[in-house]
Design a protein around this ligand. Structure first.
Ligand code: GDP
Length: 297
């Protein structure tokens, strides 16, 4: 995902570390290149600006430029600032699913990987956290999507709410909630309908479903390859339905990585998981240090 950004930054920092002594001008010139590399990775401009400003302020002090290995210190500052940008403050460690049956609302645009991610997360809750999970698809416009969730559920050994043809999304949400209580499930996950674009009908439906389920976790699934668009989608969903966390999919692809870098700073919402492939086990907890490490090689 971060190959190109990583190569570019690697080039800049190789030069800095080889150089020995550093002047403030050297640091400023390097930061100009860092700035361009981040912009080319589709990181949003305000985020790039504040990042470069923070790094420059710390890296041009005498403590760095007069130190024995100034280049390495600049790299360390960049590393720490990257982590701060990726993680934000008070990043939650775990999902708030302690009171059974805990609802998780899954939202996002069609094609973002929402249904796949719902199943991946259900599998993870079952295998790692020993939770009994019930899945329900609310995508009444696309019977194939409902069937897809049922198939994935069978594959991972997680129950799905039986499909009742003709039932609307709200009725399905109510039935899922009731079934989750009666059936003694720890968690129930509602895979809401996705559309190609954000529209009022989609948001109205998600809001109504949210009011039925009253979820403490509303996870937005967005395609990590779409850069700043992913961040815009997150901003809109959050304004309309309130998002508690983001899942970035297709982080196994060769996108530029801007979405991962801007998401927290622009939306204030933490990235909770990243999707790394089509398989059911290709879901990882988001780890800012690991990502920063990957970017800086
Ligand atoms: P939905 O319309 O948002 O529910 O999207 P789907 O869950 O049906 O996913 C659309 C396609 O993206 C499917 O072919 C998935 O296998 C694929 N997909 C989902 N997540 C990932 C991921 O993290 N990496 C890759 N490479 N493909 C993914």
């Amino acid at each position: 995902m971060f190959e190109s950004l990583s190569d570019r930054l690697g080039g800049v920092f190789d030069r800095l570390t080889r150089q020995g002594a550093l002047t403030e001008d050297d640091v400023t010139a390097a930061m100009r290149e860092v700035r361009q590399a981040l912009l080319d990775a589709d990181v949003s401009l305000p985020v790039v600006r504040s990042f470069v400003r923070a790094v420059t302020a710390k890296a041009t002090g005498a403590a760095v430029t007069k130190s024995i290995s100034p280049g390495q210190q600049v790299v360390k500052i960049v590393h720490d600032e990257l982590i701060a940008m990726l993680r934000g403050e008070d990043a939650p460690e775990t999902l708030r699913i302690d009171t059974p049956p805990a609802p998780i609302l899954m939202v996002g645009l069609q094609g973002s990987g929402k249904t796949t991610t719902t199943a991946k997360l259900a599998r993870r809750l079952k295998e790692r956290d020993r939770k009994r999970v019930l899945l329900a698809s609310l995508d009444t416009n696309r019977p194939a999507a409902m069937e897809q969730l049922a198939i994935l559920g069978r594959q991972i050994g997680v129950d799905t709410l039986p499909i009742v043809p003709g039932e609307n999304a709200l009725a399905i949400a109510r039935r899922a909630k009731q079934q989750a209580s009666l059936g003694g499930y720890d968690v129930y996950m509602l895979d809401t309908a996705g559309r190609l674009h954000i529209d009022q009908a989609l948001m109205d439906e998600v809001q109504q479903v949210r009011d039925v389920a009253n979820p403490r976790e509303t996870l937005l699934v967005v395609d990590g390859l779409t850069g700043q668009d992913a961040v815009n989608v997150a901003t809109e969903f959050d304004a309309k339905v309130g998002v508690t966390g983001v899942v970035l999919t297709r982080m196994d692809g060769d996108g530029r990585g801007g979405a991962a870098l801007s998401m927290r700073a622009v939306t204030g919402k933490p990235i909770r998981f990243v999707g790394l492939g089509e398989k059911m086990d290709a879901l990882e907890t988001f780890d800012a240090e690991r990502i920063a490490g990957r970017i800086l090689g």
